[in-house]
Every structure is written in C-alpha cells, then in structure tokens.
Design a protein around this ligand. Structure first.
Ligand SMILES: Nc1ncnc2c1ncn2[C@@H]1O[C@H](COP(=O)(O)OP(=O)(O)OP(=O)(O)O)[C@@H](O)[C@H]1O
Ligand SMILES: [Mg+2]
Ligand SMILES: [Zn+2]
Length: 233
C-alpha cells in the first residue's frame, strides 16, 4: 500500500485519475485508450523539458520585426520551421547563426524552438555556457555526466545558444565531441548561435567537432554583423 494516496479532488483529470489512459471494453477485452487530457499534458511536459525560460517562450516570429540586415536570417528561420518535416530527413538538417551581439540570433532560435514545440516535436534549448558549467559540476558524481551527455545527444532537436562562449579545455572539447559526433552520425537536427566565426570555433571546440557542426548547418549558416538591437530595444 503506498504511503499516500491522493484524494480524487487532487486529480487534475478525474476521468483517468491522471493515468492519461482509459480502459474500454472492446470485443470482450479491456483495451487502454488515450484519455482526452493526454495531448495537453504531453505538451506541458515537452515545454518543461525544453529548457526554454519564460522570457524565451515569448520570442516568436510574430514579434520579430526584421531590420534590413536581419531579413536573411529571418527568412531562413521561418523556412526551417515551416519545412522542418522535409528538412529533418536531409543530410544537412541544421541551422546556425554566427555574428555580433544583439542581432536577434537567440530570438530567432527561440522562435524556431517554440514553433516546433507547438507541433509536438521534442526540442531542447541549451544555454551552452550554463550546460558546460553543469557538466563540470557533475564530474564528481558517478554516472551523472553520461546521463546528461546522453540526454542532449539523443533528443530530436537541440539548440546550442551561445556556443563556445566558455573557456576551452581539452575536457570541454571531449564532451562537445561526444555529443556532436553522436548527433552527426544519427542525423539529428542541431542548431546553434555563436559570437565566434568558424575559424574560432575550430580553435575552441576542436577541428573534428567544428567540421561536423559545419557539415550539419552549412546550407543554413548565416553570418550577421549589425548594430546591437539590445541597446535600441
Ligand atoms: N528585429 C527584431 N524585432 C524584435 N526584437 C528584436 C529584433 N532584433 C533583436 N530583437 C530583440 O533584441 C534583443 C537582443 O536580441 P538577441 O538576444 O536575439 O541577440 P543575440 O544575437 O542572441 O545576441 P548575443 O550574441 O549577445 O547573444 C532581444 O530582446 C530580441 O528579442
Ligand atoms: Mg544570444
Ligand atoms: Zn485524463
């Protein structure tokens, strides 16, 4: 007997008691069918797992008003989101923004993530410097790093925002390599933004990782140099 059984008043869905399935009789057998509450709950789980902050959840294509130099990055982002079902099966199925600060890179990556989530696709939006710090802290917990690396390696779509901002070390390069190589060989869509150019990425992430990231994003790799829109916001 469990220690604690919630009373019916605590179920969000009293029809299925939050099991998300209902049992129905079918041809003399009992079969489980999804409850009406399941899509809503699944969407909530996807959003929670995405890592998008409340602020980033608000970044959409509608509230991005592209300035002349941002037209191309905007076009590529909306095209990627709309055509994702076709693009994901291509060998080059990622997207990347390199360039100066405050030019809308994070906004558009978040807009893509929000759009894909709304279609029920699993997306993880990674603030890369925080993720690397978290990995460093996990070094001292048995098995913890493998868990975190596996999670990021296997999710359908990953966005690495602010890639290569942290100090580069051989250890960090090895972690990047494991993740990027896994995503590369499994053809999993990978998106990123960075203030570095491709040569700097090679230096910071290592040639093997940078070369795979390039191959995964080269058809949608935009370099933007513009004024800082953060200041004039
Ligand atoms: N065309 C635009 N329409 C609306 N908001 C914009 C536009 N361009 C930028 N912004 C806003 O300006 C701010 C800075 O943009 P963002 O964070 O996307 O820049 P970034 O390129 O990621 O910069 P960094 O390299 O410093 O991370 C954000 O709040 C973003 O929503
Ligand atoms: Mg940014
Ligand atoms: Zn239900």
């Amino acid at each position: 007997m469990p220690d604690y059984i919630p009373s019916s008043a605590e179920y969000e869905c009293t029809d299925c008691k939050d099991r998300e399935f209902l049992y129905k009789e079918h041809g003399g057998d009992w079969v489980a069918v999804p409850c009406h509450c399941r899509p809503k709950k699944r969407m909530r789980r996807l959003i929670r797992a995405s890592g998008l902050t409340e602020m980033l959840r608000k970044k959409t294509f509608d509230n991005f008003k592209p300035k002349p130099k941002q037209q191309e990055m905007y076009r590529v982002a909306t095209d990627f989101a709309k055509n994702y079902p076709n693009i994901k099966n291509k060998r080059c199925n990622g997207l990347a923004y390199t360039g100066t600060v405050g030019t809308g890179k994070t906004h558009l990556l978040a807009a893509i993530a929000n759009f894909l989530l709304s279609k029920g696709i699993s997306v993880c939006f990674v603030n890369t410097p925080s993720f690397i710090s978290e990995l460093r802290r996990s070094q001292f917990e048995e098995g913890r790093i493998d868990e975190q690396v596996d999670a990021i390696s296997n999710i359908e779509v990953v966005v690495f925002d602010d890639l290569a901002k942290e100090k580069s070390t051989e250890w960090v390069q090895n972690q990047y390599y494991k993740i990027v190589n896994h995503r590369y060989i499994n053809n999993l869509p990978t998106l990123f933004s960075t203030n570095s150019n491709m040569e700097e990425l090679e230096e910071k992430l290592g040639d093997a990782t940078a070369s795979r990231l390039y191959a995964m994003t080269k058809d949608r790799l935009i370099h933007i140099v513009d004024e800082d829109h953060r200041i004039i916001e």
